[in-house]
Design a protein around this ligand. Sequence first.
Ligand code: COA
Length: 166
Amino acid sequence: MLTILMEIRKSQDYGVLLLEITKMLEADLDAVVALEASVFTLPWSRPLFLKDIKENKCARFFTAKEGDKLLGYGGFWLLQDEMNIVNIAVSPDHRQKGVGKLLLKHLLSEGMKEGAKFATLDVRVNNTAARKLYESAGFIFIALRKKYYTDNQEDAIVMWLNPIKL
Ligand SMILES: CC(C)(COP(=O)(O)OP(=O)(O)OC[C@H]1O[C@@H](n2cnc3c(N)ncnc32)[C@H](O)[C@@H]1OP(=O)(O)O)[C@@H](O)C(=O)NCCC(=O)NCCS
């Protein structure tokens, strides 16, 4: 378990968060699925998460919690020397405090430990917050998938971080 005493610098409610980043368990799924559904227009279902954390040998998922409260989660698939970040989300009331960046850093560090050399991801072209998060970690644009998202035909930007650096 990674326990981080995180100083909140960017929000109005200055203070500290005792953030714990741990492997996602089945017991986390009620909260994870609720956050996923509130955040994404094409959310993953509970069975999809369950399959990934129980059966998918390539999948690595983590939660960020303060006590029992889920603040965020993220996951990746390890495909030989590539780690593909499949999702990352932070609860709306804990955004812009650095939680997303810490989660992303944790994913990259776990991927590196298992031999990943580079990281890839898809992000909606209009998702400014996520694009800023990835850019701040060093990801750069490599390709565009036209009309990739089925709900609104939005384009996806493919980004990568090669080599991975923390
Ligand atoms: C994207 C998301 C995970 C970011 O989480 P977060 O905890 O708010 O991000 P952080 O506070 O760690 O910020 C990381 C960087 O992104 C920037 N950022 C975050 N939100 C931003 C916003 N709304 N507008 C502009 N920049 C933003 C921060 O300024 C910071 O940049 P810096 O390192 O240069 O200071 C969060 O907004 C979210 O859950 N969005 C909905 C789910 C989603 O879209 N996931 C991504 C799918 S590809």
